[in-house]
Design a protein around this ligand. Structure first.
Ligand code: HEC
Ligand code: HEC
Length: 413
C-alpha cells in the first residue's frame, strides 16, 4: 500500500544492486503512458509498464481506461467493502512500479492463505473463515463486535504466505487454448527427464490462474479477488466471506448494508478484467553476448522445460489477442517443487505443487517465489526442488561465468 517501510526500501536496494547492470529504478507511476511498444527495449529508463496491448480498437482502449478506474477505485463500506477485507482497492496491492504491478510492501501486500489436508482431502477452511484470511474489518462490524479488527487464523490450519504478483501480460495467458497447455503435460514422466507437469483440472476444466492453479479464467479469478481481498461480492463470487463468531450468516444489514452478490456490477467486473486483459507484457531488454549465452544455458540445463519460452494464443475476436505469441516463460502446469517450497493444498493441488511462475517481466521484480522469500535470482533458483532438482543441480554446477550469463539473461526478461 502507499506506505514506505524499511523492509521495502531494503528490498528495493537489494533489487537495485542485484540488477544494477540493466535495471533502472521504476519510473513514476504518475507519468502518462507512452504509445505501446512491442519491440525490444534498448533503454530501461523510460519503460512504462501499465501500457495497453498494441492494436486495440478505440472501443477496447476505452474499456482498458475505464477498467483501470475500476481496478484503482477505493471502495467504501457504503459501496460494499467488507465486513472483512485486506485492502480497499486492487491497485493498493497491485501497484509497483505502476497500476497492475506487484506489491511494494512486504507486510501489507503479502497475504495469509490457510488450508488443511486430511488424507487426500483438502479443506480450504471456508467454514472457519479461510482460505484467505482478511486482516481488516469495517467500522460497522467493529461497532457490533468491539475488538474484532482482524480475522483469526483457524485452529489447526496450515498457514501460507503469498506475495502480490504483477499482472502485465496476463490477458494473453487467459487467451491460450487449454489444449495447448495440456499438450505440454507429461504426468507420468514418459520422456524420463524428471519433469512431470500435470494440468490442474476440475470438472474437466483446465485451471491456470493463481499460484496453485485454482481458477479457470481471468474473470473468475478477479471476481474471487474482489470477494476475498475486498469483501466485494458479485454475481460470479456471490457470498461474503464468513467470519467466525459473527452471526447470523448471511450477515445482518447492520453489519453489511449492501446487497450480497451485487456490490460490484457485472459491467464493472468485466471492465476491471479488461484492464488486466489488455495490459501488455513488459518488453524484454536487449540481449548482449553474455545474455545470449545465458539464453542457451536456460534451455540446455532444463529451465525451459517448465518455463516454456513462448506459447500461442487461440483465435479471438480481439485482434490484439488473436493467435499471437506470448513469451511468458511458463507452461501453466502444476509441478512438484519439493518439500522446501511446500505449504498448503488447494483443491486437488498438493502442498508441494505450484504452477510454473511466468518469468515475463522478471527484471522488474524485487523479490521472488510465492512468498517473496528469495531476495536474489540465484537464491530463487537454488530453492527449486522436486521436479526441478535436476535443473537446479545443473545450475549449481555451472562455472561462474556461465552462471553469470544465465542470470544476465534472466535480467533481460
Ligand atoms: C491485499 C492485496 C491484494 C489485493 C487488494 C488484490 N490482490 Fe490480486 N493478488 C494478490 C496476491 C497475494 C496474489 C497471489 C495469489 C496466489 O498466489 O494465488 C494475487 C494474484 C492476482 C492475480 C493473478 C493470479 C495468477 O495467476 O498469478 C490476478 C489476476 C489478480 N490478483 C487480480 C486482482 C484484482 C482484479 C484485484 C481487485 C479486485 C486484486 N487482485 C486485488 C494480492 C492482492
Ligand atoms: C519443474 C519445473 C521447473 C523447472 C525445471 C524450473 N522452474 Fe523455475 N519455477 C517453477 C515454479 C513452479 C516456480 C514457482 C515456485 C514458487 O513460487 O515457490 C518457479 C519459480 C522461478 C523463479 C521465481 C519467479 C518469481 O517471480 O517468483 C525463477 C527466477 C525461476 N523459477 C527460474 C528458473 C531457472 C533459471 C530454472 C533453471 C535452472 C528453473 N526456474 C527451472 C518451476 C520450474
Amino acid at each position: 500500500m502507499q506506505r514506505a517501510t524499511i523492509s521495502t526500501v531494503a528490498s528495493f536496494l537489494a533489487f537495485a544492486l542485484a540488477a544494477c547492470t540493466d535495471t533502472a529504478p521504476p519510473s513514476s507511476p504518475n507519468r502518462p503512458p507512452p504509445a505501446a511498444r512491442t519491440t525490444l527495449a534498448t533503454d530501461d529508463d523510460d519503460v512504462q509498464l501499465d501500457v495497453p496491448l498494441a492494436g486495440l480498437t478505440a472501443a477496447e482502449l476505452d474499456r482498458f481506461n475505464r477498467g483501470r478506474a475500476v481496478f484503482s477505485r477505493v471502495f467504501t463500506e457504503a459501496e460494499g467493502l467488507g465486513p472483512s477485507f485486506n485492502s480497499a482497492a486492487c491497485a493498493n496491492c497491485h501497484e509497483e512500479p505502476s497500476v497492475g504491478g506487484t506489491g511494494d510492501d512486504l507486510d501489507e501486500d503479502i497475504e495469509t492463505h490457510v488450508a488443511r489436508l486430511t488424507g487426500t482431502t483438502c479443506d480450504d477452511l471456508t467454514a472457519s473463515g479461510g482460505g484467505v484470511i482478511q486482516h481488516h474489518t469495517t467500522q460497522l462490524l467493529q461497532a457490533a463486535y468491539p475488538g474484532y479488527v482482524s480475522e483469526a487464523t483457524p485452529s489447526g490450519a496450515v498457514v501460507a504466505h503469498r506475495s502480490t504478483p504483477a499482472l502485465f501480460g496476463f490477458g494473453l495467458l487467459d487467451a491460450i487454448p487449454a489444449s495447448a497447455i495440456q499438450a505440454l503435460a507429461d504426468p507420468t514422466d514418459a520422456n524420463g527427464d524428471g519433469v512431470s507437469g500435470r494440468p490442474s483440472l476440475a470438472n474437466g476444466k483446465l485451471l491456470r490462474f493463481g499460484r496453485k492453479a485454482t481458477d479457470e479464467t481471468l474473470l473468475g479469478f478477479n471476481a474471487g479477488a474482489f470477494q476475498n481481498e475486498m469483501g466485494i461480492t458479485s454475481s460470479v463470487a456471490f457470498d461474503e466471506q464468513l467470519l467466525v463468531g459473527v452471526h447470523p450468516f448471511p450477515f445482518s444489514s447492520a453489519i453489511s448494508p449492501t446487497t450480497m452478490g451485487s456490490e460490484i456490477s457485472n459491467q464493472d467486473l468485466a471492465l476491471a478484467t479488461d484492464f488486466v486483459r489488455f495490459l501488455r507484457p513488459p518488453p524484454q531488454a536487449k540481449r548482449d553476448v553474455q545474455a545470449n549465452d545465458g539464453r542457451e544455458l536456460f534451455s540446455s540445463i532444463g529451465c525451459a522445460t517448465c518455463h516454456v519460452p513462448s506459447l500461442q494464443t487461440g483465435p479471438s475476436s480481439t485482434r490484439a489477442l488473436d493467435r499471437v505469441t506470448v513469451e511468458a516463460f511458463t507452461d501453466l502446469l502444476l509441478h512438484d517443487m519439493g518439500d522446501g517450497l511446500a505449504d498448503i493444498c488447494r483443491g486437488k493441488t498438493l502442498p508441494s505443487e505450484f504452477r510454473t511462475e511466468p518469468l515475463m517481466g522478471l527484471r522488474f521484480r524485487e523479490r521472488f517465489l510465492h512468498d517473496a522469500r528469495a531476495e536474489t535470482l540465484d537464491d530463487a533458483v537454488l530453492r527449486h526442488g522436486g521436479e526441478a532438482t535436476r535443473a537446479r543441480d545443473r545450475f549449481s554446477e555451472l562455472k561462474a561465468n556461465q552462471r553469470a550469463a544465465l542470470i544476465a539473461y534472466l535480467n533481460t526478461l
